[in-house]
Design a protein around this ligand. Sequence first.
Ligand code: ATP
Ligand code: CA
Ligand code: CA
Length: 157
Amino acid sequence: MAEVLLGFGANLGDPIAAIEAALRRLAAEGVRITARSHFYRTPAWGKADQPDFVNLCAAGSTTLSPRGLLDVIQSVEAALGRERRERWGPRVIDIDILTYGDHAFDEPGLTIPHPHLTERAFVLAPLLDIAPDRVIAGRRVRDWAAGVDRGGIERIG
Ligand code: ATP
Ligand code: CA
Ligand code: CA
């Protein structure tokens, strides 16, 4: 059994409903959700000319392998209508594997811990709710969070 941290984002359609649906589908496909953060409204990152995002992080436990978890995540994204267009563009749902136990992987198509998480306020703000003392890439989540600008991020639920 592995403990995982997952990051969710959406900015098309009904983002909160999409994230709730993603959590239910993951639970049905072998990821037991053990904790979830509040929802946050966050400014778009990477490509600014698009709607604000809604973000949430969740903790889960699973017997899926990292690759198996990636497959499940991508099938859940597809089932919810995710179309792969431009990177960092608008999407109905995005699910990233932030951590998988304390393991590190860097393979084609799978990098864990997620390489950008330590610089992304929209991940660190919700992660602070559920894992402030988790050490990722050598520092606690709360210490990474102290180093990013969380201005413009609003807790919405
Ligand atoms: P970013 O990864 O910077 O947040 P993104 O989420 O918009 O960007 P996607 O288009 O959702 O990117 O995914 C691109 C690829 O990232 C996927 O096909 C997947 O193979 C790969 N990937 C690598 N590491 C991970 C991870 N830890 N979690 C999810 N996908 C990953
Ligand atoms: Ca992402
Ligand atoms: Ca992704």
